[in-house]
Every structure is written in C-alpha cells, then in structure tokens.
Design a protein. Structure first.
Length: 431
C-alpha cells in the first residue's frame, strides 16, 4: 500500500480561489450567535413552526398520516421548489470545530465554522454520517493531540432551527482526504437526532446535470445559521487550483461552478437541484477583484465515492483516509468537444480519454499508451467514460478483491481487459 498526502498537481488557472470556511477566536460560536444573531432568526425557523406546523399536528390528531412535506404540498402553502429546499434544510447541519492553537505567546481556542450534509441517518438509534469539507475540521496550527493532531476533537453540529436552544450534537471525525477537501463525521446515540426530523440527503448523478439549471446552496454563511440561496449551474465540471487546508500546498480540485452567492461558512454545505437532490458540496469561491458570483462545489459522484471509501476503510483498518485503486496507468484528455441533443435541449461536453502512460503495475503488458478508455466495469456495474474525471471517481469505488474490466478502443477495435485488485499494493492511501 502506498501512502500519499497530496498528489502531484499542476497549476491550472489564475483565479484567486479561497476555501469558504469561517473562523472565530476565543469565544464559543454558539454564545456569539446567541448574542449577536438572535434578531436574525428567519420566519421559517420561528413563525412557520407556530402556524403551518401546528396545523399539521392538528391534522395528525384527526387522522392525517402523511409527512409534513406532503401536508405543506397539499396545503398549497409553498411551490414545489420551496418544498424541496425545506427538505434540503432538514438534511443539513451547522458545523463548529474547536482547536487549541498558539496565539500571542499563549494558547487560545480557535473555531472553524461551516456546514455539513447528512449522508445517512438512523433516527431510531440516533446515528448518522455527515459529510463536510476537510478544511472545516482541520487546522495546521492546532496544538491538538498526538493522534490526528490537526483534526478537531470537539466538533459540534446544530440541526436546522435548533441552534437557538443550544442543543448541539457531538460528532466524531471518521476520516478525510485533504486533496479532495472532504471529511466524514459520525454521530452516535444522539437524543437530539432521535427527536428531530433530520433526514439523509437524496442524491442526483452529477454527470447528468445541465448548465443553466436552477440550484440552491444551503450553508451557514458568516455563522448566521442554516439558510438557502439560489442561482444557476454555470459549469458542470472543471478543475480549479487553490491552497489546501494546510495553507501551503497547491491542490487542484474537481468542481462544479455556480453563480449562487457563496460566503465564508458555506463550506461543507450542499448544492441542490430544484428537485431537492444533492448534486455537490460547496467548498470554495473566487475572491479575485472584479470577479463576482463564482462559487464552487465538489460534484456529488466524487463526494459519494470518496466518503463511502472513507467509511469502509475506517471499518477495515482505521486509517482515516481513502484507498484509491492504482491500475498501473495514467490517463489524459486527448480531445474534447460538445454534443447537442435536440430532444432534451442539452449540450454535453465529451472528452477522448486516452491512456497516457503504463507503468510496471497491474496494467503492464495488458494496456498500452494511446488506448482510448471507453468504460470501467466494477462488480457488474459498467460506467461509460466520457470525461477524464469519471475515471478518478471509479478508482475510488474499487475495493480490495474486486476484478475490474477496462474496455478500450485500440486500432479501431474494442478490447476488454480484466485487472484483479487483490493486494494492498494495488491501492494508494489518500488522507
């Protein structure tokens, strides 16, 4: 098994990109919020509960058996997209991570502030998995513990509408990948979660999104509590370069771009489509002078591949990272173009993904430089490769013991090659 903290990456753009976490020194963020922001609690957190929610509760007493969201829809109180956004709020959480750091010759408490999205929720047990950004729970200057020294050991979540009564939920760090800016948190046996309407997000295939579609970003901007903003999807997939959570390493992230307003504290929050399905995790914005409305979100296909890998890996060997399969070759984009589908009205970017170099690993003697990668098949599920990033996502989905079929175009003919990932040396640890 090979261990990598950061992949070798080249600078790909000139924009000034910053991660979107928010920070405070010296004060508990809940106390600050309670003091400064009490007047900013939205109507949807207060008055709507006293009116529409009470109507729902009365209807339930009279035998109504459907969900609150269905009740609102039947009541006609909200349009469909607003109903979807209310569901998005319920699968989101504010995230506060505390660190002990050196400050002015002594130690001080530093708070990193962001948001998170529930990947899985078991309200009966009070358990959940939450995804957020790595930079929200990491601090390079943390005095910390010997074990995971730069990761916060005091992570608190607040559900939508619950911050004002101080009912924080303690969360534990499961693992993360700095070079993907993703981290997984775990909640266990939480009474607050048991008594809540929190739910897991529903997911949409981020390779099927369309530029121009309406999107909603849910986050915790400037520590003011969960809120939603809208915009459109500007770019479905691109690479941006910024500084990683350690504040010194340049990394290149796969991102979606949106013009929805993204502010400090939106980090780790969800980017949702109009149907309320998660399509990405917000993590960065442009701060170049004169450039406005450039927010970025990690596509959900990569998010799910990496976070499930982290969860599976933590159960297997407690390494707190993700194991990405190394097939023994690298790929490149040899050409790209757009295709317009008149039936759907969608313009798609497609790429010719070629094998760039074959090393001495699994693919040696089986695949060759110049082979065009057409598809990757894992466990009976085949993924057509029409963009280079799809290959990266699929490699995070491979597990030890899998036999993966790579179909390539060589000399005008399709060739399928099986590679068996049976050894720890066939994987690289990213954390």
């Amino acid at each position: 098994m090979k261990k990598i903290l950061f992949p070798a990456l080249a600078l790909t753009g000139a924009l000034i990109i910053t991660l979107t976490g928010c920070s405070l020194f010296g004060e508990n963020p809940y106390e600050v919020a309670d003091r400064d922001d009490a007047a900013n609690i939205t109507l949807s957190q207060t008055e709507s509960k006293s009116q529409v929610r009470l109507m729902y509760e009365e209807a339930c007493k009279d035998g109504y058996s459907k969900s609150f969201v269905e009740f609102i829809q039947e009541l006609g109180a909200l349009p469909d997209d607003a109903i979807a956004v209310n569901g998005d709020l319920l699968c989101s959480a504010e995230v506060y991570a505390a660190f002990d750091v050196m400050q002015f010759g002594g130690s001080a408490v530093y708070y990193s502030i962001g948001a998170g999205v529930f990947l899985d929720v078991d309200r009966e047990r009070g358990d959940a998995y939450v995804v957020t950004n790595y930079h929200v729970v990491y601090n390079q200057d943390s005095l910390g513990r010997e074990y995971l020294p730069h990761i916060s050991d005091r992570i608190t979540l607040y559900l939508y509408g619950a911050r004002t009564d101080g009912r924080g939920i303690s969360a534990e760090y499961v693992g993360g990948v700095m070079s993907c800016d993703l981290a997984v948190l775990k909640v266990e046996n939480s009474d607050e979660l048991k008594d809540s309407d929190a739910r897991a997000a529903t997911f949409f295939d981020s390779d099927e999104v369309s530029v121009g579609e309406k999107v909603y970003a849910v986050g915790n901007p400037n520590k003011k509590g969960l809120s939603a903003v809208s915009g459109i999807l500007s770019v479905d997939a691109e690479y941006i370069t910024t500084t990683a959570a350690d504040e010194r390493t340049s990394v290149t992230f796969l991102e979606m771009r949106t013009d929805a307003p993204v502010n400090h504290g939106n980090s780790g929050g969800g980017l949702f489509n109009a149907a309320g399905e998660l399509i990405g995790i917000v993590n960065a914005r442009s701060e170049e002078s004169g450039v406005e409305h450039l927010g970025y979100a990690i596509p959900v296909n990569l998010v799910l591949a990496v976070t499930q890998n982290i969860i599976d890996n933590s159960k297997a060997d407690n390494s707190h990272g993700a194991m990405r399969a190394d097939p023994g070759f690298t790929v490149k984009t040899a050409d790209s173009w757009s295709e317009y589908d008149e039936a759907s009205g969608r313009a798609r970017v497609k790429e010719r993904v070629e094998i760039e170099k074959v090393g001495s690993g699994l693919a040696a003697g089986k695949l060759s430089a110049g082979d065009v990668l057409l598809s990757v098949k894992i466990g009976g599920e085949e993924k057509e490769i029409t963009r280079r990033h799809m290959f990266t996502v699929e490699m995070f989905r491979v597990r030890r013991g899998d036999v993966v079929t790579f179909t390539v175009l060589r000399g005008g003919k399709e060739v399928s090659v099986d590679l068996s990932f049976s050894s720890a040396d066939d994987f690289t640890l990213f954390q």
